[in-house]
Design a protein around this ligand. Sequence first.
Ligand code: HEC
Ligand code: HEC
Ligand code: HEC
Length: 436
Amino acid sequence: MKARVIASFAASLALLGNCSVSAADADLIKQGEYLARAGDCVACHTAKGGKPFAGGLPMETPIGVIYSTNITPDKTGLGAYSFADFDKAVRHGVAKSGSTLYPAMPYPSYARVSESDMQALYAYFMKGVEPVAQENRASDIPWPLSMRWPLAAWRWMFAPPVADTPEVAGADPVISRGAYLVEGLGHCGACHTPRALTMQEKALSAADGSAFLSGSAPLEGWIAKSLRGDHKDGLGSWSEEQLVQFLKTGRSDRSAVFGGMSDVVVHSMQYMSQDDLTAIARYLKSLPAMDPQNPPHQYDKQVAEALWKGDDSRPGASVYIDNCAACHRTDGHGYTRVFPALAGNPVVQTADATSLINIVLNGGTLPATHTAPSTFTMPAFAWRLSDQEVADVVSFVRGSWGNKGAAVKASDVADLRKNDMHTTSGDDLGQVTQPH
Ligand code: HEC
Ligand code: HEC
Ligand code: HEC
């Protein structure tokens, strides 16, 4: 009944003729809003403490800092953009002015977005987003590196053609939908796929090769680890259900989101429908392991038994007892959905231990989501543990309870401590609210 009243109200508004938003438009705008969440446009196009989508967020590139642009419908933003202009920027990487965009804008992934979804996104950005007057900021890249023509050459060489069909031929429709979201709007590969020296992702889809989502080099102090089927450091030991839980709430019964992934969960994944989360999870679970020989984790109770007996002779054991065991427990199992397990956790066993050193030095806060509003904080240890102690404790968790991560050196910790690493964001996330 209520829906009928609203529908007829909307219809009568539409009949007024000069009203700019009809019921059909309203649906399209709503769909566009959902897709903008899936693409996480807000994460990059909003400065710290700034208005949503007004741009100005500094982003590191190998040649200097660039700033994201204003994509609100103001004249300083996308006000004068036709659908064709918008499409050219988002899927083809070419600005209205004709110059090529830096691939910090993930247009090589967005090339996968369907024409009809582009129409919905356009409707949302033109009619659903509050206009904000804010001039774009020029990059800090000095001339001649700031010339954009080399970007065009890069685009010709590496950007994929814009897709004419979103479906993966022959795939199960759920997996096909998952592929569309992960390879397209979700741009998961922008962080989780390794890049070549020339900075393009080594694969842009599952069909493009096994490098796809096989884990990246450190990005802002974090490793976006492998999402492929490996047991040791991929998602081989995760169930579809655990993946859905993690993407929706930032936590599963074994792990907690941190680093750059926190933004992805908070701004984007928590808003996805149950069907879309299932599609994403099922698709990720369909990616084969890089190393199928690697066996599933086998819990080894020796370390826990030694710690219970008061034997802390293993390097790092006493640092662990004094600083970590209260939350992560001597058996490494943590507390379900509060303090993540370290035993058998693939994030603990990645080849590159940067994320682990970072989280021990700087701590982290498990962010709140709509369906899991409680936050939990791991304290920072940079001020109280030496490089050697951090190396010992990280090596200890990587090699205990059946974990098979390699040891780290004090010099690895010293190098990371020198860099100004970014701690888990989450502090200013509350300010990014949706307009209207
Ligand atoms: C990972 C960060 C990132 C994400 C996610 C992102 N953008 Fe961008 N975008 C950028 C950057 C950086 C630029 C500016 C690039 C440049 O100056 O060359 C940009 C530029 C643009 C432009 C060109 C504006 C102009 O001035 O011509 C449009 C349009 C745009 N983005 C729309 C979107 C939409 C829509 C989404 C979500 C579907 C999105 N962006 C998601 C980083 C991002
Ligand atoms: C801005 C970079 C970035 C983007 C984009 C990104 N991730 Fe992540 N992701 C990370 C980082 C960093 C981690 C490691 C921290 C953690 O495990 O919470 C991670 C971890 C994960 C994990 C947990 C793995 C584990 O074993 O603990 C999953 C699952 C995941 N990402 C899925 C996705 C999916 C699906 C997408 C696309 C919708 C995506 N990520 C996009 C940076 C990113
Ligand atoms: C007060 C409780 C507490 C203490 C003490 C603590 N942690 Fe944590 N730990 C957490 C919480 C909460 C998270 C999740 C943080 C996030 O999501 O950003 C976490 C995350 C982690 C992770 C990432 C695992 C994952 O899946 O998210 C590692 C590795 C880790 N802690 C190791 C340690 C080590 C090593 C120590 C001791 C030096 C330690 N922790 C001390 C609460 C704690």
